[in-house]
Design a protein around this ligand. Sequence first.
Ligand code: PEP
Ligand code: MG
Length: 580
Amino acid sequence: MNFVLHGAPVSAGISIGHAHLVSSARLEAAHYEIPASQVQAEILRFDAAIARARQELAALEGQMPDDAPSEFDAFINLHRMILADSSLSHEPRDIIRERRTNAEWALVQQMETLVGQFEEMEDPYLRERRQDIEQVVERVLKALQAGLRPGGGPAGEPSASAEQNMIVVAHDLSPADMILFKRHKFGAFVTDAGGVTSHTAIVARSLNIPALVGLHTARDMIRENDVLIVDGIQGVLVVDPDPLVLAEYKLRQSQHALERQKLKRLKATPSATLDGTPIELFANIELPQDMAEVKDSGAQGIGLFRTEFLFMNRDSLPTEDEQFESYREVAKAMEGKPVVIRTLDLGADKTVSEVDGGEMPNPALGLRAIRYCLAEPQLFLAQLRAILRASTHGKIRILLPMLAHAHEIEQSLQLLKQAKQQLEERKIAYDKSVEVGGMIEVPAAALALPMFMRHLDFLSIGTNDLIQYTLAIDRTDDKVAHLYDPLHPAVLHLIAHTIQAANRGGTPVAVCGEMAGDAALTRLLLGFGLRNFSMHPQQLLAIKERVLRTNLAEAHPLAQRVLRQSDPAKTRELLAKLNA
Ligand code: PEP
Ligand code: MG
């Protein structure tokens, strides 16, 4: 059936491929065909993995101390029951046999069916049991990975080109899930839930493939293998297109690829406006492995290293040494260019099971970012020591997220002092002049700037959260995504005021939220006086192109007129003029 869905574009580009329905990257399984001669061996492999998972659960039960809470017992029993149920332990055998597919894929397909049935249940207790099913499946998947393939070698892996042809369709994905997808090379992503500046969307953008969020019904309406066109420019998803539409999109796809190719020529061009004012263009990263892209973009520095991603998808927290290795790797790769390392910004939509602060009534307003770090000084000190140790390998700066109170700045600086003393006691070198900056992402911070400028060496405006907290809308909630407006006069006032006050006071200021990577806003921000932008590496050359074609003498007065405007239609009119 041919139809079109509309969503919010998260990452530009056009991708044409086949739908691949997923519920979680953690449970993502490769799909490949099994030769007829190996089907029986594959079924045996599946049975062996089920048996192994059963043994593991029995062992867990046996090792349980006498004083263990009774919930543990109930939880293991429930998992054993799920595993024993024929819908999980037998049905995948039929899928393997009938569709000649690998065991992992068959298991995950069956899980999707079961999870779908549970999601429709009225009883919230039963609905939540989907998580138990997923956990049991994860255990069997691990057993499959650990086990040998009886009866021969690998039956085949999906090729890179097969993955490129796959379009991931999910109801929702967590940022931790999304980061796991960095290992794959899928063609595009679409999700039903999510706002454009949710961390899931931010990571999707860093994968540099077209992506849409907020499609609402895609996961229910699309079937595995449907032909899809993802238009990440217009926010359109075409399902089962007719040949004319397909031909049109193929043309647009090659035009877009050509434009991106042309931008590459700007890599070595110095970034400056038409009148010669230098503009610094920095990159945002989540993991050290993003450095290859940073290099390709010609970024002049790292403006935001979101270190919390180092803490995700692991069974234990990264040690000080592990963190040090990651920070050093990035610092060295940048060869003396600035690297702004943001301290842990966990909480809200970025959760890690080991450091979960428990259920929070409103996580975005709860124990997040610096609040969490100050509540867990040992964890914070370990990170500060790791960053300080890496500071001798490049030009590192420390950035503190979500500050609102003077005492948060003071306590953070006090802990930094303590981390330095600890290193001195251990006779470990660090850069004594390491600069410390603060994110301006809570309206209170933007309105109380002198307090920040007095204690900090630089500022970085996090527009994603600044918008969320100014307009009181959850950036991850697609139901209020239409209210998320970077051009709201209150938002623009806070941004312009921060830039102008910092410029007047001689405190370096950057924007590292998603607004910095939006070419439609580059001239506006330049007109406000911004001279340092930090964004995803693949947005950088498009922003540079904008900068190169901007005349500050024209942009400045128009940007000031935008600031005086309170009528949204007029604001958009002025912005169009600014961008003409
Ligand atoms: C921001 O809030 O704009 C920001 C850059 O931080 P994050 O997106 O990681 O919350
Ligand atoms: Mg933020």
